[in-house]
Ligand binder design. Structure first.
Ligand SMILES: [Zn+2]
Length: 195
């Protein structure tokens, strides 16, 4: 019985341990920098692992965040929602076939993988503990059940989360998604056509 409990504990650690430290990681490694001007104030959170998260305030409404992320979740272009965002399973298209919006500016990198890991491992970790405490099935049931649930859920979530991340980056004009307008504002110059 003792061995069995030990095996169950290691299963739980393996399931939830990979993502359990992220709040401490985030708190310790992020710093907030405010920039931009009065018309378009911006906030950037610089994090470890070279990822940055830039958030625009509610005053910037020409690219609403949630509709863009929703279109990305459905694996469509965050700008028009008409053309597919992916060329293949996870390869983002160079540009939208429907509206021509440039999509290659995205830098989703490992954010989708990290987010999917966090979602799936926490769901499965909680499920594993519930099943163990409520039913105490033989250990082979855990080995058969959880990988069979994790794999399809992970494969289902990955492109949807990646699409949402691209939608977020497009909406917040991150990386190259802002075009000349944002580049000029960052460098302190007026965008073309403005005094
Ligand atoms: Zn489009």
């Amino acid at each position: 019985m003792q061995e069995r409990e030990k095996a169950g504990s290691w299963l739980a650690v393996a399931a939830i341990g990979n993502c359990g430290c992220w709040p401490a990681c985030f708190a310790a490694s992020c710093r907030k920098v405010e920039w931009g001007d009065a018309d378009r104030p911006r906030v950037t959170y610089f994090c470890a692992m070279t990822q940055t998260l830039e958030l625009a305030p509610e005053t910037v409404t020409d690219r609403p965040l949630w509709p863009a992320m929703g279109r990305g979740w459905r694996r469509f272009c965050p700008s028009c929602g008409g053309g597919p965002i992916f060329d293949s399973y996870l390869k983002v298209r160079h540009s939208c076939a429907s509206c021509g919006e440039e999509l290659f500016h995205h830098r989703a990198d490992d954010i989708p993988t990290w987010a999917v890991l966090m979602i799936v491992c926490n769901l499965m970790g909680v499920g594993l503990l519930f099943v163990e405490f409520l039913f105490s099935p033989p250990i082979w049931v855990h080995w058969a059940l959880w990988p069979a649930l994790m794999l399809p859920l992970t494969l289902w979530l990955l492109p949807r989360v990646k699409g949402s991340v691209v939608g977020l980056q497009w909406s917040q004009r991150m990386h190259g998604f802002g075009g000349q307008d944002t580049k000029a504002r960052i460098s302190g110059q007026s965008p073309a056509g403005e005094p």
